[in-house]
Design a protein around this ligand. Sequence first.
Ligand SMILES: [Mg+2]
Length: 439
Amino acid sequence: MTSLYSINYHTRAHKRDAFIEFIKSLLLTPFVLHTRPQSATGALPEDSNFTNSARKDDCDGGPEGDKNVERYSEILFCVEELILDHIRHQDNKLAELSRLSTLVPSIGRFFTPLPLKESFIKQDAKRSMAARRFVPPSFNDVRAILNDAQVTAIASTVKLITFDGDMTLYADGEDFAKDSQLVQLIIELLRNDLYVAIVTAAGYPGNAARYQKRLSGLLDGFKMSGLSSEALGRFYVLGGECNYLFRYDTDSHHLVYIAPETYQPPSVREWAGNAARISDLLDVAQQTVEERVNEMGLNGKVSILRKDRAIGVVSDKQITLTREQLDEFALSTQRRLNNYQHTILIREGQRPLPFCAFNGGSDVWVDIGNKLIGVQMLQEILNTTGSETLHVGDQFLSTGNDISTRTACCTVWITSPEETAEILIELCHLLSKRDRMRI
Ligand SMILES: [Mg+2]
């Protein structure tokens, strides 16, 4: 029998991150038990039996905020220890037996410890979490703590940083602006000996000019940067999730397409060259999205675009698709393609094709391949491990296309190019400290 709890879980799971919800729930306990709205006790008479000096202390401003810092810090320190224990279990290939796996069954892999307590103190100074009496620590508060901790933890080892494109480096569908502060920050990463790659869903098969146009502001910045050829040669673009790789050529100041035969491992080559199977799977995806367009009454309001390795649903200029409509397309297509591949293809002995059906913010795409494969190929080419790689993106829910990278590397979940800039300012600061220590 299906319980109401499990129905609720399944209908909301795609909007939640289980680990963030877990940390939020832990922080809610001190918020509920110890943090009292000032007005509630302030209204009581001085000699009330209900008012003792300790409670008064808790409610008159300063001491309460300080005590909450202690309480929240202690909780986050305990989560730090759960992560350390989980990493020990991972190292022994027993991750599913860790205490954290019991508490958060969907927990993934950690590539570094996370200094959550230290990051909480830093973020609390910006976000006033402990001083708040009416608004408990939120999803965005916890996300900010996790991001800060991840950047702090990886700064001493990072060699490769990969970025999603839309909403991470520039607004949805826009080009990389010349005056974006991210231009100088990315130049700074290259100056600090890092490899930098943009791993984007945007798929223009082998068409360097299209990517150059989207990234024109950044590439112009490279030309003026005075960086060495060696540093600029560490910049890559991987389009269509994992399908089209380009490298910055320092002589021509253009992106140069790299032939897949030179870098694709056999496991990718096996499906990447099979145009008939790719076309079959896209046919099923197309049939699914067409049905959903009909059922949701969107005929004439959206266009379906078919490419070599992708199919997309894009709204016409007059309407904006809601998040719920976009999620419906993504989830229904994920389900249909998984069923199709498992019931038909596995019976015939073929391995499923990797695909990614995701809500792109204002459109929906089904891409052949995914960013996990993209990041893994870059790690192979550049000889970097999970604890040396950081992926920055905005789509980490189950209807997003950045979430798959969590299997291969450390990640930072941002919601806008401005947040990406904040993260990079912190990372560049830590990298300069790393360099000073090496001297
Ligand atoms: Mg994005």
